[in-house]
Design a protein around this ligand. Structure first.
Ligand SMILES: [Cu+2]
Length: 398
């Protein structure tokens, strides 16, 4: 964050009125310890008082209810009403659902998903099985083209971020294969920087996608084909492994890699990919935004639709750079957790798990009751800066 911006914000903060729910220390003590995080949290709860600081309310976006009402934020109110309507009469959840839409921190407005070239609602389910053929030995061959591309994406309404991407999207395509398949990934680098693709999985050294292995970083204009057998089955990921690594990952070069067991898993009604990430908007090696599949608050504004009793399987992958630990909490429910997805029996029945960077796992659950149920990082700071979503559960006979 630039000094000029901080100075401007200090001015606004010193004039702010405390929010009734504010738990932040006020006054001198707070001013003395004005860190980026304290700054953002305060901006979040005092967004309405900061109309003059045009960048930050949109960056942080948390708006108290009074601001939504006073500002006539139609989008926010619509979301609240829609959630209430879908539950009306079903189980007395209407009030809670409406309240959630109106009171939750959120960004104001929508990003231009079309210009971005991807929509988190689609990323949940757009598994890419590649171009399928068969090798002479009978092995299934799956081929993908991954292209390194520099692309400006709108990460929050009005906030552009110069991302480095695979195929113009963050996260990159979710590659999906079955254990034992041959995977062949044609990488072409159209970016201005050298990049690699490093897969989490088991593969020969030249395919490891790090400096010194095989061709190492692929220069701008260059290309390389990574090839190996898909193993072990589980929920994995791939990412660029060029140094400085934090920058290459933080800029957006990663994606899910799902390897299904040969015999498959029990049929689920829904399978969703959730890549936990963050955006360091001002390049100070700290995240300003936290999200599932890149866009903060997306699934809060656009709840994921499921029905009571549906078996839901979530492939959860934490790639968050700069912060050591991420987490996932599911409301009003428990899930079976399969760490890394490499075993067919769950190791835990819980409602909260933690993942460090590159840790991932599979969650399975079904909802017993209708309603609009949150899921979010149980690091509350992350949740209030975007890592917050909801499942909208409707009755089975609707
Ligand atoms: Cu890279």
């Amino acid at each position: 964050m630039t000094k000029q911006l901080i100075d401007e914000l200090r001015k606004h903060l010193s004039a702010k009125e405390p929010h009734p729910n504010a738990e932040e220390p006020q006054g001198e003590e707070h001013e003395a310890g004005l860190s980026r995080r304290a700054l953002l949290r305060n901006l979040g709860i005092t967004g309405g008082a900061l109309a003059g600081a045009s960048l930050v309310p949109r960056l942080v976006g948390a708006q108290p209810q009074s601001t939504l009402e006073a500002g006539g934020n139609a989008e926010g109110n619509t979301a609240g009403n829609a959630a209430g309507d879908s539950n009306g009469g079903a189980s007395g959840n209407e009030g809670g659902a409406h309240k959630m839409g109106a009171n939750m921190p959120r960004t104001v407005g929508e990003v231009d998903h079309k210009a971005n070239g991807f929509n988190p609602s689609d990323i949940l389910t757009d598994f890419d099985y590649g171009k399928v053929s068969r090798l002479s030995n009978g092995q299934t061959l799956r081929e993908w083209e991954l292209v390194g591309q520099d692309k400006d994406i709108e990460v929050a309404p009005g906030i552009m971020f110069p991302a480095w991407t695979f195929n113009g999207r963050v996260p990159g395509p979710t590659l999906r294969a079955t254990e034992g398949d041959r995977m062949r990934i044609h990488f072409r680098n159209e970016s201005a920087m050298a990049h690699t693709i490093h897969f989490h999985g088991i593969h020969p050294y030249p395919m490891d996608g790090v400096p010194g292995a095989g061709p190492g970083p692929i220069s701008p204009g260059g290309s390389f084909t990574y090839e190996f057998d898909a193993e072990p089955f589980g929920c994995h990921l791939y990412h660029c492994h060029t140094f400085p690594l934090a920058r290459h990952i933080g800029k957006g070069m990663y994606g899910g890699f799902i390897c299904d067991p040969k015999a498959g898993r029990p049929k689920a009604d829904h399978e969703f990919v959730m890549v936990l990430n963050g955006i360091d908007v001002d390049f100070d090696d700290e995240n300003d935004i936290y999200a599932v599949n890149t866009i903060p608050f997306h699934y809060q504004k656009n709840p994921i639709e499921i029905k009571v009793g549906d078996l839901v399987r979530v492939y959860l992958i934490n790639v968050l750079e700069f912060d050591p630990i991420n987490s996932f909490h599911l409301h009003a429910n428990f899930f079976h957790y399969y760490p890394t997805g490499t075993m067919l029996q769950p190791t835990e029945f819980t409602d909260t798990i933690a993942q460090m960077q590159a840790q991932r796992g599979i969650l399975e659950f079904h909802y017993k009751y209708p309603g609009t149920f949150m899921f979010h990082a149980h690091k509350t700071e992350f949740a209030e800066l975007g890592w917050n979503g909801a499942f909208r559960v409707t009755p089975r006979d609707v």
